[in-house]
Design a protein around this ligand. Sequence first.
Ligand SMILES: *[C@@H]1O[C@H](CO)[C@@H](O)[C@H](O)[C@H]1NC(C)=O
Ligand SMILES: *[C@@H]1O[C@H](CO)[C@@H](O)[C@H](O)[C@H]1NC(C)=O
Ligand SMILES: *[C@@H]1O[C@H](CO)[C@@H](O)[C@H](O)[C@H]1NC(C)=O
Ligand SMILES: *[C@@H]1O[C@H](CO)[C@@H](O)[C@H](O)[C@H]1NC(C)=O
Length: 381
Amino acid sequence: MSQPQLGRRRPLARQPCGAPGLALLALLTLPLAAGADCPCPEPELCRPIRHRPDFEVFVFDVGQKTWKSYDWSQITTVAIFGKYDSELMCYAHSRGARVVLKGDVSLKDIIDPTFRASWIAQKLDLAKTQYMDGINIDIEQEVDCSSPEYDALTALVKETTDSFHREIEGSQVTFDVAWSPKNIDRRCYNYTGIADACDFLFVMSYDEQSQVWSECIAAANAPYNQTLTGYNDYIKMGINPKKLVMGVPWYGYDYTCLNLSQDHVCTIAKVPFRGAPCSDAAGHQVPYKMIMKQMNSSISGNQWDKDQQAPYYNYKDPAGHFHQVWYDNPRSISLKAAYIQNYGLRGIGMWNANCLDYSGDAVAKQQTEEMWNALKLKLQG
Ligand SMILES: *[C@@H]1O[C@H](CO)[C@@H](O)[C@H](O)[C@H]1NC(C)=O
Ligand SMILES: *[C@@H]1O[C@H](CO)[C@@H](O)[C@H](O)[C@H]1NC(C)=O
Ligand SMILES: *[C@@H]1O[C@H](CO)[C@@H](O)[C@H](O)[C@H]1NC(C)=O
Ligand SMILES: *[C@@H]1O[C@H](CO)[C@@H](O)[C@H](O)[C@H]1NC(C)=O
């Protein structure tokens, strides 16, 4: 039942908050774009962005036209994980923001240097044809520390960066990593090597219950302490904080409780993941916009967990089962974002921007604005 989710690992994910993967469609429409002139109202909007911002606000977009309502005063990069949209590219460029491709490849293929070179050439060609400014490499596959994939992955990142930097002026190459470098989900990567080889790492500080080794109970998607421990560990291993962008979730997890105790402990089904007895795959992802709509009909009201510094609520479904929903809101996000300054990180970003309600409804509009504002750094004290 939870099988589809076991294949996930964000940001690839199951795209809970947007369009289904339209990669095939993008491929089909590509020949039309190839060789065509700049699609923007002004030809200069097709030029790559060269400006280097002091602070990154890195946004994942999964499709549709909600991008028109994003807070463009903050955005520095948009990673296109849905269908390519030239209107989005033109608009982003008009706001000085980069637009980058998604890069995903099967790791067993990239052991072959020839395959790597052709993969990179193909991505570079796609980026140029679509007037894009780089690539976000999203490999969330399992790697054994002593496998040939280990070094091949570092080589792939290095070669991709060299090619992009050489061929597209000012281009950006980034790599998505788990919330901690400690072999999360059996991803043994050369983190220092990869960080050196690209512009920066996007740290996916979410799905932090992907491997639950203790009690099988529902818990926060991105608990405060656990999240910050991850950054400490990346920095301790020698990665420059300026190579780290903090990724926060704009989605939560809905867990069906096997039992919900008086003090709100929700026992969940045992769904193993990569060696761990339980995981967040026992729940399903829900976008912030849906959470905000559902919260009003909860049986608990909005609750705040002091240990995890995260909000949650309980509700009863029509079949009579209890659920517990854990998520992030402006309060939990600002607490984590405050540490960006303390650690001197490169910036912030989210999976994904489409998760908010852009309908224009007055209540929703306020909630959406508050989520975007939570990305702005607040001085502590
Ligand atoms: C990581 O990659 C760098 C650059 O290729 C290399 O110098 C280093 O030895 C690698 N580290 C490990 C632990 O393999
Ligand atoms: C299940 O929840 C009920 C109601 O809160 C509680 O009394 C009971 O101790 C719980 N059972 C277990 C096994 O945790
Ligand atoms: C939730 O209920 C409150 C109080 O009745 C109301 O002001 C608010 O608009 C509701 N929120 C949503 C999203 O319906
Ligand atoms: C979180 O970390 C702080 C500082 O290390 C510690 O004092 C606190 O007990 C931790 N809280 C939890 C719930 O682990």
